[in-house]
Design a protein around this ligand. Structure first.
Ligand code: ASP
Length: 448
């Protein structure tokens, strides 16, 4: 039994939904279908979810909402007409929009309810379309499916009791089409996951029904070993482990919302990333364990937007509690940190720029100066992190050497190296203006 999730580009138009229909029709094991809201049809287009967010903002400001409702309904009408499915779906979508706008929900509750309409409508349309193709499909609301979440609007977390109810869905004969992106709190209130959250729904459903495979359909053939915007036609990754995917998506590997993998990961459900536009391509498999003889480095990921807080003090290594007190100051200022590599008499703390404001930065510096008496303290901006990822590194010799040689050949100075004891990745901090050059040089070393 398979759970197939289709992203925004796969349901963006009638033409795309027809492809979804044939993917489902092709394999009777695809018993659970999770859909996103219609996404962009072309570059510059607006996703339905973004139109719904605009609608919410108009409603919030007590401005006229009718033109936005018309714009949203136009997108849905086009799809429904071109697919030649019953117009009652359109009435149901329009009723949901109006009843949500006129409800007495306020603030984030209303925002979440409006945001969910994209996925909800998409699931209604897809299930109706599948019926016209002779398939026994049924729209299933996340509440009926059993997706129960924490009461955190826009940031729902699945609650463990969901899985028992979801498991009973296995008995159904029909194909269940479930909207992604939202669940219901115990109180019955609709709550959405973070943006991109339909992947999370897919993974929860796969874990709940104990699927043999969770297929995530997008618009790329596979995950690539490196960002295709930097390297043209990079090698495709055929197999990855969950841990490798986590490391890769941490540093800006756009394909997957890493949090989305957790439910599938915990239930040990294999994941396959596939392309709706080219379903016969084998895609990328994400599994819990890989054969030990496969290549040790699977990918290179990178991200910018880091700063380095550097503190040095002679005999720091003998001062009990220095590190803890330094990190506690950050904690008390509400700043989370990414890495903290240290030397004998110095410590660097790598922080994402979005964690810092001018005021927080000043507080942190003043407090470290007065509470820890360091000799030097500085904050250096404009860092990029590059990760060389692969579980096989644990048993391989020379990965760090090969990587540092790549930096040396490109004449790039490494500002920081961090290798966790898990040995799933080695991380390098460099100046951000050298990032593309560094990625190219590493790619040549490991993949060319
Ligand atoms: N439609 C939602 C978003 O745009 C969720 C998703 O597509 O996964 O964030």
């Amino acid at each position: 039994m398979k759970v197939a999730k289709f992203g925004g580009s796969s349901v963006a138009s009638s033409e795309q939904i027809k492809k979804v229909g044939s993917v489902i029709g092709d394999d009777p094991d695809r018993k659970f279908v999770v859909v996103s809201a219609p996404g962009k049809r072309f570059s510059g287009d607006t996703k339905i979810t973004d139109l719904l967010i605009e609608l919410d903002e108009l409603a919030e400001d007590n401005k006229d909402t009718q033109h936005k409702v018309t714009e949203i309904m136009k997108r849905f009408s086009e799809i429904v007409e071109e697919l030649q499915v019953s117009k009652t779906v359109l009435d149901s979508i329009e009723n949901t929009i109006h009843s949500t706008l006129n409800s007495d929900w306020t603030g984030q509750m209303k925002t979440d309810a409006l945001k969910s309409i994209g996925e909800d409508s998409s699931a209604k349309i897809v299930s109706e379309y599948l019926k016209t193709q002779g398939l026994n499909a049924e729209y299933v609301n996340p509440q009926d499916a059993g997706i129960i979440v924490s009461n955190e609007p826009g940031n729902a977390q699945v609650l463990p009791e969901s899985y028992e109810k979801l498991y009973t869905m296995r008995q159904k004969d029909s194909i269940s089409v479930i909207p992604g992106f939202f669940g219901y709190a115990k109180s019955g209130q609709l709550i959405t996951f973070p943006r991109g959250g339909s992947d999370i729904t897919g993974s929860i459903v796969a874990a709940g029904v104990q699927a043999d495979l969770y297929e995530n359909f997008t618009d790329v053939d596979s995950v690539y070993v490196v960002d295709p915007r930097v390297i043209e036609n990079p090698e495709e990754v055929t197999k990855l482990t969950y841990k490798e995917m986590r490391e890769l998506s941490y540093s800006g590997f756009g394909v997957f919302h890493d949090e989305a993998l957790m439910p599938a990961f915990q239930a040990e459900i294999p994941v396959c990333i596939k392309n709706t536009n080219n379903p016969s391509s084998s895609g990328t498999m994400i599994v819990s364990e890989k054969d030990p003889d496969t290549r040790c480095v699977v990918g290179i990921a990178a991200d910018t937007g880091f700063s380095n807080l550097y503190v040095s003090k002679y005999l720091m290594n003998r001062e009990i509690g220095f590190g803890r007190r330094l990190l506690q100051i950050l904690e008390e200022e509400g700043i989370s940190f990414e890495h903290a590599p240290s030397g004998i008499d110095n410590m660097s703390v790598i922080i994402r720029d979005n964690q810092l404001t001018a005021e927080k930065e000043l507080n942190v510096i003043n407090r470290i100066k007065s509470e820890l008496n360091p000799e030097t303290i500085s904050i250096d901006y404009g860092f990029a992190m590059i990760m060389v990822v692969g579980e096989g590194m644990m048993n391989a010799v020379g990965i760090a050497e090969k990587s540092t040689a790549a930096f040396a050949e490109a004449n790039i100075s490494i500002e920081m190296i961090n290798q966790g004891s898990s040995e799933v990745s080695v991380m390098f901090g460099i100046r951000k203006d050298k990032l593309d050059l560094a990625i190219k040089s590493l790619y040549n070393k490991f993949f060319e």
